[in-house]
Design a protein around this ligand. Sequence first.
Ligand code: ADP
Ligand code: ZN
Length: 435
Amino acid sequence: MYDPKAETMSRAEIADLQLAKLKHIVNYAYENVKMYRDKFDAIGLKPEHIKTLKDIEKIPYTTKDDLRENYPFGLFAVPMKKIIRLHASSGTTGKPIVGGYTRRDLDNWATCIARVLSMAGATDEDIIQVSFGYGLFTGGFGLHYGIEKLGATVVPVSSGNTDRQLMLMKDFGVTALVATPSYAMYLAEKAKQTGIIDDLKLRMTIMGAEASTKEMHDALRNIWGVFPTENYGLTEVGGPGVSGECREKCGMHINEDFFYPEIVNIEQNKVLSEGEYGEMLLTTLDKEGMPILRYRTKDITALDYSPCKCGRTTARMARIIGRTDDMMIIRGVNVFPSQIEGVIMSVPELGNNYEIIVDRVNYMDTIEVRVEVGDGALLTNYANLENLVEKTRAKLKSVVQLDVKVKLVEPFSIKRGEGKVKRVTDKRKIFDIKE
Ligand code: ADP
Ligand code: ZN
């Protein structure tokens, strides 16, 4: 454990610390960030009204639009000369989300990542290859400084050039790989194809930055033959390091002295109880550069406050089952890509790469899953092929309650990416998801 004192406090100690930090950060945000002051003033809320942790519910949510409207530096709470690093989200839709970090923020960030790495089983003896992109994306630099803080050896290879990645893994004796699950899978396929997999010293894969299912982790474990864990974070609250899985793999431990999590039902404007699934809100408890109160992450998960077998007492968040804006509504039925991935990964004859195409034909929504078969020879036997399509369709129907068209394609025929994967193409040109 990297920080036993912080990671094994009693629940009462955690709550006391969180309350003290919450009071401070609310006051700090109110005093230093105009948006918060305006939002508080509009409803007559004063920082001193926050007397208990539950009082956080009085504070309005912060949304992605709030961050966009204050682009680029409007939410910074310190003068620019105190900001020593900027990061930004990929910003595929509109302006990117920008984060500013003071020296103290960077140090805390590295601590959070060092804890997450240690949860995954890494030590200062490990040689860790970072295949996340370096640049504005928080993933590369975030993991980088955490690895250094842990005292392990960092190989900052960044994303891309799969053959070179594998060569370095072999030559440097890399013991841990940091990557998105989809890229970790691509690397594994290549490593297996070329036989290089037998020459590696890999002990673990440390995954983050995109959603993955338990079935995907099982498949990764099978193909690499090493233990996978995942971790979670987002640019808006600083990047990765919000939480990470320990080797018990029963949820991601939240760094609760730095982040205060809540699960809410947005439509009912209600904070949910332990174990209930809903959208997660995050409040940064210790950020100087850009404090964030009750940020709507759009990520759907649930919390578990019971102590973990690993000895940590910090709350655990369940694997993200989807994002509210990833949810596809097909003929009125809500479908998350993760449900489809779960089915695909559980059919042994299918490969690990797939895409989902949603369309509207004659006013009727259609959904098609194109999935690679594990072995190309399968495609040459019509009867086997039909059986496999039927089996997959039946499984999908039982999980998503919809007729899904299944199309089997050659191994390696679907394009692979090097960072975050985009699996869904929605060709319907209407927006039926309420914000
Ligand atoms: P961008 O992709 O726009 O650059 P971020 O890197 O900040 O932005 O992406 C953060 C989002 O990535 C999270 O809100 C979440 O949806 C997703 N994400 C990150 N880690 C995980 C994880 N372990 N499981 C599922 N989703 C994750
Ligand atoms: Zn644990």
